[in-house]
Design a protein around this ligand. Structure first.
Ligand code: ADP
Ligand code: MG
Length: 209
């Protein structure tokens, strides 16, 4: 079964719940290598998104994701607002007019989102950012698509790969964003943005399980 607009709304609602539950955790992760606001930023952003959702709930998937993107850009400060805002806006362009997303559409959507993050933030894999969770997730989803694994498994493999990528940020030296100001002292800490990226992809896999 494909992802529908109703699933998309459930996914976004789930993200809001999960980010709220993980507000302290994300903020703790952002304290040693940032300014301790990542959980606050993401929670604020998705609260605003939830307020806007009723206006788009009956529209196509692209319209729903567009509202998420524009709301994040306008309500979340810091690096993550424009980056996630761009990700959702690119995802919305990739799903414009669609009421059903199949495996290839999901891969296309994540690919567009990741390209948007990279274009906006100029980070490449290995720089200790959200790119380090999103890149392996996309690779795992592409592989699952080629193997005709089915949508639920594709989403789960993507989420699991994002989790592994998130954990793999711990030994990395940050060279982008606030964490880069710490140089060598950024080593040994898990990246907060990679963590929120995993949580969002896990929310999608859980929604469509
Ligand atoms: P800020 O760093 O402005 O306080 P947040 O704390 O909300 O913003 O977000 C920090 C996260 O943003 C980092 O953990 C990292 O994953 C991500 N990030 C920062 N700069 C970049 C970048 N140039 N490219 C990709 N991701 C980035
Ligand atoms: Mg921060």
């Amino acid at each position: 079964m494909p992802i529908t607009p109703e699933d998309t709304v459930r996914w976004i609602r789930r993200i809001a719940v999960v980010l709220h539950e993980n507000r302290e955790y994300l903020t703790q992760l952002d304290s040693p290598i940032g300014d301790g606001d990542h959980g606050i930023n993401m929670d604020r952003g998705f609260k605003a998104v939830i307020d806007k959702l009723p206006t788009v709930a009956n529209m196509d998937i692209g319209s729903i994701l567009k509202t998420v993107g524009t709301t994040l850009v306008s309500t979340v400060g810091g690096a993550s607002g424009p980056l996630y805002g761009t990700a959702f806006l690119r995802a919305s362009m990739a799903t414009s007019g669609k009421h059903e997303l199949y495996e290839a559409d999901v891969v296309h959507m994540l690919e567009a989102a990741l390209e948007g993050v990279k274009a906006r933030g100029k980070a490449q894999p290995g720089e200790k950012t959200m790119v380090d969770a999103l890149t392996p997730a996309l690779a795992a989803m592409k592989e699952a698509e080629q193997q005709n694994a089915g949508l639920a498994r594709l989403l789960r493999r993507g989420s699991d790969a994002a989790e592994a990528g998130m954990k793999a940020t711990i030994p990395l030296l940050a060279t982008k964003g606030r964490a880069s100001y710490l140089g060598e002292r950024s080593v040994g800490h898990q990246d907060p943005g990679a963590t929120s990226s995993w949580l969002m992809l896990k929310a999608l896999a859980d929604t469509c399980a």
